[in-house]
Design a protein around this ligand. Structure first.
Ligand code: SF4
Ligand code: SF4
Length: 381
């Protein structure tokens, strides 16, 4: 006969309210950056006659590929990309946060993750249930984000290499990549709008559709998180097998069936810990010291690491870029002629060009035709 376990109730307060507040604060910060950037672009559109607004460096956080390349060049040469220095530090902060607290950036700070979560909550409210695709479809879809990440790694490390990545970072295309991104959304194409709409609808039915299946950033952080020394641990002795933790998990992990959650999908959101009704049964713990890490410490830790790394960038003068107002106005006029190599053949050609040419050509080799290249060389001289 099974003996009933003596239960000591978990009276610890939940952390989800604070997680929501931190996510909201971060989303508001992003909106603020967006408004500042709009005013900066408006200044450029006016040809310099409107009031000047300084470009907010935080916008670099929305250039993950450029930031990733910049991090690669920093690791290889110690140089920081002067066009988007903040991006490199934001990238470093996000990777560090994931190394310490798992994929926590996704559930505590990322504005896209936050919106995804809100859409998922809305879907669950309407349909009163969670939809999960069959396992084989789920595994197949989850592999997509790793394929996208793999392609990026292949292009950066194998097709380009350090010198070509450096040339790309110095190119005018990279210097105005943030402005180009702004116009991608401001003048959004019908196709892009349909894709975003589709992702929205899919996220109503399948929680975190974008994050779970398509985000290459999430894939990278998921891989980094596997090396995190802090994991969700279940005590099978005091566990009463109620399954509430698994039910609460937004990543649909079988928390109630394992002793340690080793998953690239765990975002350290602490929903399972909040849901567990038994004291000291489910916690985030250090694998080395075996000590429990409180939910508050996770909240404070995630925000502090992010603030500390970006704070170092500000204090050491690596936050603002070195592109002058005048240079921006010139770039803005020529921006439509700037392109970047797409596809393996174009990347190889660019690599060949950068290996053979002088640095002034590197800066202009993204331009579409000879006349534009000559014009740009004059400007950049
Ligand atoms: S296992 Fe727990 S901490 Fe990890 S995603 Fe699921 S609910 Fe969040
Ligand atoms: S919530 Fe999970 S860990 Fe806690 S008692 Fe229930 S099954 Fe066990």
């Amino acid at each position: 006969m099974k003996t009933k376990k003596k239960i000591i109730r978990n009276n610890e307060k939940g952390i989800q309210k604070y997680r929501f507040l931190i996510q909201s604060a971060f989303a508001l910060l992003c909106i603020w950056i967006g408004i500042d950037f709009y005013l900066f672009v408006h200044y450029l559109e006016s040809g310099g006659s409107a009031a000047f607004y300084r470009r907010p460096p935080g916008v670099d956080g929305f250039l993950p590929i450029s930031s990733f390349m910049s991090f690669y060049v920093f690791l290889s040469t110690g140089k920081i990309d002067p066009a988007h220095p903040a991006g490199m530090f934001i990238f470093l902060a996000i990777v560090l946060v994931s190394l310490v607290f798992g994929k926590s950036f996704c559930s505590w700070l990322c504005p896209v993750g936050f919106i995804s979560e809100l859409i998922g909550d809305f879907g669950e409210k309407i349909f009163k249930r969670k939809f999960t695709p069959p396992k084989w479809i789920d595994y197949f879809l989850r592999s997509l984000k790793y394929i996208l990440l793999g392609l990026l790694f292949y292009a950066v490390f194998f097709l380009m290499g350090e010198a070509t990545v450096n040339a790309f970072l110095n190119s005018p295309y990279n210097q105005v990549a943030d402005i180009k991104m702004f116009y991608f959304f401001a003048d959004i194409s019908r196709f892009a709008l349909i894709v975003i709409g589709l992702l929205f609808v899919l996220s109503v039915f399948i929680r975190n559709f974008w994050c779970r299946y398509l985000c290459p950033y999430g894939a990278l952080l998921g891989l980094v998180s596997l090396f995190s020394p802090n994991k969700i641990k279940r005590n099978p002795v005091s566990c009463i097998d109620c399954g509430l933790c698994a039910k609460a998990c937004p990543a649909s992990l079988k928390v109630d069936k394992v002793k340690t959650v080793w998953s690239d999908e765990c975002t350290s959101c602490m929903s399972c810990v909040d849901a567990c009704p038994v004291a000291d049964t489910l916690d985030l713990k250090s694998l080395y010291t075996k000590k429990k890490i409180s939910k508050k410490a996770v909240a404070i830790g995630v925000v502090s690491i992010f603030m500390a790394v970006t704070g170092i960038a500000i204090i050491t003068g690596h936050w603002q870029n070195d592109i002058t107002r005048k240079e921006y106005l010139i770039h803005y006029k020529m921006m439509d002629t700037y392109t970047h190599p797409t596809g393996g053949a174009a990347i190889k050609e660019f690599k060949k060009e950068t290996e053979e040419s002088s640095s002034s050509l590197n800066k202009t080799s993204f331009l579409k035709n000879e006349a534009d290249r000559n014009k740009a060389k004059q400007v950049l001289r």
